[in-house]
Ligand binder design. Structure first.
Ligand code: ADP
Ligand code: MG
Length: 404
C-alpha cells in the first residue's frame, strides 16, 4: 500500500513525497487509521520501525483540516536529541502546511529559555518537550494548553526509566481532560501498562515484533576481560576499517576514558554523553553523520530513538544491564534492510547479563575466538559472581570500577 490510502490532505502528501516516503511501515499502517479515528492508542514497536511518522502524520493532517493559532499538540520525549530529531522530521512533513512547531528541551543559555517561552506564549501548534524543561515553563504560568487536542508520549519506557514519572503526571495536570492521548514505547512493561491506565481512555493497542533485533544484524561476542578490551577494539578497527561505528559504554566515565584512549591510538573519535552541552552533542552527531568522525563513543542516551543511518558496526564495550537496551543498541545498525554487525565484549562478571540477553532474543550469540596476540585478560573479582572467567590466576585489582 501507499500513503495515498490514508486520505491525507494534499499538503501532507506533498510533504511525504518530498521526504521520499512511499510505503507506510507496519506500525504506520496500523496506527494511522486508529489515530485518525480519534482513538487513544498504546503502541509498542522496536526502534527503527517508523513510530515518529505514525503519530506526526495524523496530527499534521488534523492541523491542516482544522488550523489553529494555539498549541494543539504536546509531544513528550526523554531526551533533547529526540526532541530535535522529531522537530526536524516534523518540519519536513509539514513543509507545505502552515503548521508551526518548537522543541523545548533546555540548554544552558538564557536565550534558549526566552525563545521557548515566546513560542509557548504564542501558541506554536506542536510543542516537542522534555518533561523537566516543560515543567519549568509551566510553573511560571504563561503556558496555555487549554486548546490541546493531542498528548503524545514517545519512548515512554525510556522516560519512566529516566525517572520522569512524576513530572509526567504533573504536566498532565495542566492539560484538558478532553484530549486524545497516544503512547509509544519500545517495550511493554507493567510500569508502562500502569501509566497507560492512568493517562489513556479505552486505548487501542498495537504491538509489533517486540524484542527482536533487526534481521540484518550479525551478532557476535568476544569473551574478554576489561584489561584487554582496548587492544581488542583497536584490532577490530584496524582489521575491519568500518566507515562508521558506535561504541557503547555503560557509564559516561568509561566513555570519556575510552575516547581519550582511542584518540591516543590515532583514531578519529568523539564521545557523546550527558555531560556535554547541547551544542557540543549536536556538533559531535553532525560530524559523525557526515563521516568526518567515523568512531563515536556513547552512553545509552544514544541507544534509543536517535536515528543515525547506515552505521556499519556497533560495539558494546560492556554488556548492557537491561537486556532490552541490548536490542536498542544494536538496532542502531542494519536499519531498513541494510546489514550491520554488532560485537559485544563480555567479561566474567557480565556473563549473567549475556544469558539474559540470549534468553530475550531466544538464541545463543556466536562467540568469536580472540585474534592472535590478544589475551583474554585478567578477571575482575566480584564476590558471589560467576568465577569461571578466563585468566583465573591473577584475580587481582585492575581495570575500572563498573559503578552505574
Ligand atoms: P522509531 O521511532 O520507531 O525508532 P523512526 O520514526 O525514527 O523510528 O524511523 C526510523 C527511520 O525510518 C527514519 O530515518 C525514518 O525517516 C525512516 N522511515 C520511517 N517510516 C518510513 C517510511 N514509511 N518510508 C521510508 N522511510 C521511513
Ligand atoms: Mg522513535
Amino acid at each position: 500500500m501507499t500513503f495515498d490510502k490514508f486520505d491525507f490532505t494534499h499538503e501532507l502528501l506533498d510533504g511525504l513525497d518530498a521526504m521520499g516516503f512511499q510505503t507506510p511501515t507496519p506500525i504506520q499502517q496500523q496506527a494511522i487509521p486508529l489515530i485518525m479515528d480519534r482513538s487513544d492508542l498504546i503502541a509498542c514497536a522496536q526502534t527503527g520501525t517508523g513510530k515518529t511518522a505514525a503519530f506526526v502524520l495524523p496530527v499534521l493532517d488534523d492541523l491542516v483540516l482544522y488550523p489553529s493559532d494555539k498549541t494543539t499538540t504536546l509531544i513528550l520525549v526523554p531526551t533533547r536529541e529526540l526532541a530535535l530529531q522529531i522537530d526536524q522530521s516534523l518540519q519536513g512533513f509539514s513543509y507545505y502546511t502552515p503548521v508551526s512547531s518548537t522543541p523545548v528541551y533546555g540548554g544552558s543559555d538564557g536565550m534558549a529559555f526566552e525563545r521557548e517561552k515566546r513560542a509557548l506564549k504564542e501558541g506554536a501548534n506542536v510543542i516537542i518537550a522534555t518533561p523537566g524543561r516543560l515543567l519549568a515553563h509551566l510553573n511560571l504560568g504563561y503556558v496555555d494548553f487549554s486548546h490541546l487536542r493531542y498528548l503524545i508520549l514517545d519512548e515512554a519506557d525510556r522516560m519512566l526509566n529516566m525517572g520522569f514519572i512524576f513530572d509526567i503526571y504533573r504536566i498532565v495536570s495542566f492539560l484538558p481532560k478532553e484530549r486524545q492521548t497516544l503512547m509509544f514505547s519500545a517495550t511493554m512493561s507493567p510500569k508502562i501498562r500502569e501509566l497507560a491506565k492512568q493517562l489513556l481512555d479505552k486505548p487501542a493497542e498495537i504491538s509489533i515484533a517486540v524484542s527482536k533485533p533487526a534481521a540484518g544484524v550479525t551478532q557476535r561476542i568476544y569473551k574478554v576481560e576489561d584489561s584487554s578490551k582496548n587492544r581488542l577494539v583497536q584490532r577490530i578497527m584496524k582489521e575491519k576499517q568500518p566507515a562508521s561505528v558506535i561504541i557503547f559504554t555503560g557509564t559516561k566515565k568509561k566513555a570519556k576514558e575510552l575516547e581519550r584512549e582511542l584518540r591516543v591510538l590515532g583514531l578519529k573519535v568523539g564521545a557523546i554523553h550527558s555531560d556535554l552541552e547541547q551544542s557540543e552533542r549536536e556538533d559531535m552527531l553532525r560530524q559523525f553523520r557526515n563521516r568526518k568522525m567515523p568512531v563515536l563513543v556513547a552512553t545509552d542516551i544514544l541507544s534509543r530513538g536517535i536515528d543515525i543511518e547506515d552505521i556499519q558496526m556497533v560495539i558494546n564495550y560492556d554488556v548492557p544491564g537491561d537486556a532490552e537496551d541490548y536490542i536498542h543498541r544494536i538496532g542502531r545498525t542494519a536499519r531498513a534492510e541494510s546489514t550491520g554487525e554488532a560485537i559485544t565484549l563480555v567479561n566474567g562478571p557480565d556473563r549473567r547479563k549475556l544469558q539474559r540477553i540470549e534468553q530475550l532474543i531466544g538464541a545463543p550469540i556466536h562467540e568469536l575466538s580472540l585474534p592472535e596476540g590478544i589475551e583474554p585478560g585478567v578477571t575482575e573479582k566480584k564476590p558471589g559472581r560467576d568465577r569461571r572467567g578466563p585468566g583465573g590466576k591473577h584475580t587481582g585489582r585492575q581495570g575500572n570500577s563498573r559503578k552505574h
